[in-house]
Design a protein around this ligand. Structure first.
Ligand code: KIV
Ligand code: ZN
Length: 389
């Protein structure tokens, strides 16, 4: 039996911490709406205590997309942060508070300069306080993969008894490897089940060693029910687990993982491109699933094999993730309709009439020059126009 894996998208919180990825309130709401089309289960909308702008964005997202999707935001284990989260998400239908506090020796000794017991007590107090505000509270044991196991477990046990309903295990610095991370999750899952089987076990991985997706899948195999991801793997340093990779790994290898997501896979490419458009941060061309070359076959042998039968070299089809397999090649004779079609396919929105006419004129100049205009040309043209505006 295939079990459902809950997907939390943290592009607007962890992803937005990346230098150069700053979005304004309107852009964040636009992206959150697209996450709704993608059918993610939960959105982490920001870190409201960090600035008035972040607070406003989280509030606006909770108000506009918080029907049918759970909305959360991040708080450190202090009252002021928890209040900010509560005030910003309370209009959503299913809001929950996300509290983070370190469990590794490095965090306890170097970041907090307190005893382990004192840090643990801070976490317990924070959860108890958050539960006076909302019935759902997620607790993240920051740097869990570098924590001493018995202290990590003692923390989990205490915060669950204090009322935490989701336990999130982060590989904060991307230090874990799949076998070891899977084993950590197996041990926690085993004990958690006996402690309180209604508590959801979640994971949050970073990609410093390029293993965020592998670690997340290993966690799923070992009992994790919820995964935290970002679109295009955007996030601190080398980024977070990429949502599209988890989504497609579970789709293509569902029988191996005995797990699936409820994501609307056909919205993957549109979401990826919208993020590129809004942040100006390009996706590497050979990135799995969302890279420009992810479904391109250039070698003669491969093209020949594909023409005989797609399955010879394709484990999933581009249409599965919303890529139209037939590319429309535009020319100077193409009209506004065709140009707008390509624009929207690439995740760009037409905007005002003046803006659109300006872009269409730029396209015609390009078409006169190049004769044939491909999707990647349109993408470059629109990205450059956006950077100038
Ligand atoms: O990487 C991390 O530990 C985090 C937590 C807030 C979950 O982003
Ligand atoms: Zn993180």
């Amino acid at each position: 039996m295939s079990r459902k894996i809950w997907v939390l998208d943290t592009t607007l919180r962890d992803g937005e911490q990346v230098p150069g990825a700053k979005l304004n309130v309107q852009q964040k709401v636009e992206f959150a709406r697209q996450l709704q089309q993608l059918h993610v289960d939960m959105i982490e909308a920001g870190f409201p205590a960090s600035s008035a702008g972040d607070f406003q964005a989280v509030q606006e997202i909770a108000r506009t997309v918080g029907r049918g999707i759970s909305v959360t935001a991040l708080a450190r284990a202090v009252k002021n942060d928890i209040d900010s989260v509560y005030e910003s998400i309370k209009l959503a239908e299913n809001p929950f508070i996300h509290i983070v506090l370190g469990t590794s020796n490095i965090h306890v000794e170097k970041k907090f300069s307190r005893s382990r017991d004192a840090v643990l007590e801070m976490g317990v107090d924070a959860v108890k306080y958050a539960r006076t505000l909302l019935p759902e509270v997620q607790y993240s044991t920051e740097d869990a993969s570098r924590s001493e196991f018995e202290y990590l477990w003692r923390t989990i046990e205490a915060v669950v008894k204090a009322g935490a309903t989701i336990i999130n295990i982060p590989d904060t610095v991307g230090y874990a490897v799949p076998e070891e991370f899977g084993e950590l999750i197996r041990k926690i899952h085993e004990r958690l089940k006996n402690l309180n089987d209604r508590v959801m076990l979640s994971v949050h991985c970073h990609n410093d060693l390029g293993m965020a997706t592998a670690n997340t899948l290993s966690a799923i195999k070992n009992g994790a029910e919820k995964v935290e991801c970002t679109i295009n793997g955007l996030g601190e340093r080398a980024g977070n687990t990429s949502l599209e990779e988890i989504a497609m790994a579970l789709k293509v290898r569902e029988s191996f993982y005995q797990s699936h997501t409820d994501l609307n896979l056909k919205e993957i490419m549109r979401t990826s491109r919208l993020l590129t458009y809004l942040t100006g941060l390009d996706v590497q061309v050979n990135k799995a699933i969302t890279g420009e070359n992810a479904f391109a076959h250039s070698s003669g042998i491969h093209q020949d094999g594909l023409l005989k039968n797609k399955e010879v070299y394709e484990i999933m089809s581009p249409e599965d993730v919303g890529v139209e397999s037939m590319e429309l090649v535009l020319t100077a004779r193409s009209g506004r309709h065709a140009f707008k079609h390509v624009m929207e396919k690439l995740g760009f929105y037409a905007g005002s009439t003046d803006e659109f006419e300006g872009l269409f004129a730029a396209f015609l100049r390009m078409a006169d020059d190049k004769k044939e205009v491909y999707d990647h040309d349109v993408f470059a043209l629109l990205s450059a126009a956006r950077k100038q505006s």
